[in-house]
Design a protein around this ligand. Structure first.
Ligand code: ATP
Ligand code: MG
Length: 372
């Protein structure tokens, strides 16, 4: 893990659904992330991280450079870390959670391979922690239907949904995510840019809960998003790289598959390679990917490829990605040999998360003076 201090590059702007999100909101979150990085350096002990992924497929390069790398870095610098496998949220955009057990194990494998250490980080699933899910009920009373329905990430996910109609679970997704974050009183959430609107809902829920029930005390912190230098990595089709969109390069893909996928990635017709996220999103996302793998600035990377065109860019990206991922892929193969260890890791993480959630739910009930 040798990427530590890439300059904060603006994320590529291409994803149609995301181009409507508030650009100022993204730059404010980037500025806030830079300030948070300073605070983490000084006092990692004041932070607690919660972040997670839906078990809808194997993790990809967007996850890695959007959030996984940050999780491992924070864990290693002494920040207490919770990693959630959001299994109930699989059902937000599909009727059945097919292959769930297998995907959950694949996620644990990906975590271990990139350096999440179960001794220092708690890896757990939603469905194993009932008290976390119970927080959803009081939290839903703190947000309006209008607030939930204008959430741009919910709108985007509805647009890409596999369902013919929109379920209530899709609308309540941001409030559920507030429960994910607040059950362990996390104040730092390393996420991709698509999650910023959900973070706003979590902050609103925390603030309103404190105002309504806190009697002057802050029961919940207001969590901050921590963005990486790649807050929106694009997939091979030029939209947000996503597990469910068939446009992703999985961390576990082999070198040949990686080469084939990058070869088919969308670029543009301009020969000279430049780094211009707003004007040339697809090319710039590829440049950024190679730069992150080689710990260089995207501008330098683009200058070096220069007149080589898309073919040279794709060759460079393929070599950089395959070289960077080789040790991660080798570790993944090793961990995959011991499935019992994966299940034990999850079992222990679930137990730890349950204890934390039970304590928070008891506190919430006491604050609300409620027995329900
Ligand atoms: P799905 O298509 O099933 O929704 P996904 O690829 O969007 O899967 P999630 O599990 O929804 O992945 O997201 C997990 C985390 O990874 C979130 O913090 C999200 O912001 C981040 N992330 C996902 N895709 C990207 C990406 N392309 N660039 C940067 N961060 C990303
Ligand atoms: Mg997603």
């Amino acid at each position: 893990m040798h990427i530590t201090s890439q300059p904060a590059a603006p994320g590529p702007q291409a994803d149609a659904a995301h181009s409507s999100t508030d650009a100022l909101g993204v730059s404010a979150a980037q500025a806030r992330s830079a300030a948070l990085e300073e605070m983490i350096l000084v006092d990692p002990g004041r932070f607690r991280v919660l972040t997670g992924d839906r078990p809808t497929g194997r993790l990809h390069l967007g996850h890695y450079f959007g959030t996984l790398h940050n999780r491992v870095r924070l864990q290693n610098s002494g920040v207490e870390t919770f990693v959630l496998i959001a299994d109930y949220q699989v059902l937000t955009d599909r009727d059945a959670a097919d292959g769930l057990t297998g995907y959950v194990e694949e996620l644990v494998l990906d975590y271990l391979a990139v350096g999440v250490d179960p001794e220092r980080s708690t890896i757990f699933t939603h469905s194993a922690v009932p008290a976390l899910n119970q927080l959803l009920l009081p939290f839903l009373s703190l947000v309006s239907v209008a607030e939930l329905s204008r959430n741009p990430t919910v709108k985007d996910e509805i647009a890409h949904s596999q369902q013919s109609s929109v379920s209530g679970l899709m609308f309540t997704y941001p409030a559920h995510q507030a429960a994910d974050i607040l059950f362990c009183k996390a104040n730092l959430v390393p996420v991709g840019r698509d999650q910023l609107p959900h973070l706003e809902v979590a902050r609103t829920v925390a603030r309103r809960f404190n105002d309504r029930y806190g009697r002057g005390d802050a029961v919940f912190p207001q969590p901050d998003a921590l963005l990486s230098p790649a807050p929106l990595l694009l997939g091979t089709d030029g939209t947000k790289m996503s597990k469910s969109r068939g446009n992703a390069i999985a961390l576990a893909a082999d070198a040949d598959e990686t080469a084939r996928l990058i070869k088919g990635a969308k670029t543009d017709s301009e020969r000279r390679i430049t780094y211009d996220p707003a004007g040339r999103p697809e090319v710039s996302s590829l440049v950024l990917l190679a730069a992150l793998c080689q710990n260089r600035t995207p501008q330098r990377m683009a200058d070096d490829i220069g007149a080589g065109g898309a073919a040279a860019l794709k060759r460079t990206v393929t070599e950089a990605v395959n070289e960077y991922l080789a040790p991660i892929r080798a570790r993944r193969v090793e961990y995959a040999r011991d499935r019992a260890h994966l299940r034990r890791t999850l079992h222990e993480g679930n137990e730890r998360a349950r204890a934390v959630a039970d304590a928070t739910l008891a506190e919430v009930r006491a604050a609300m003076n409620s027995r329900c």
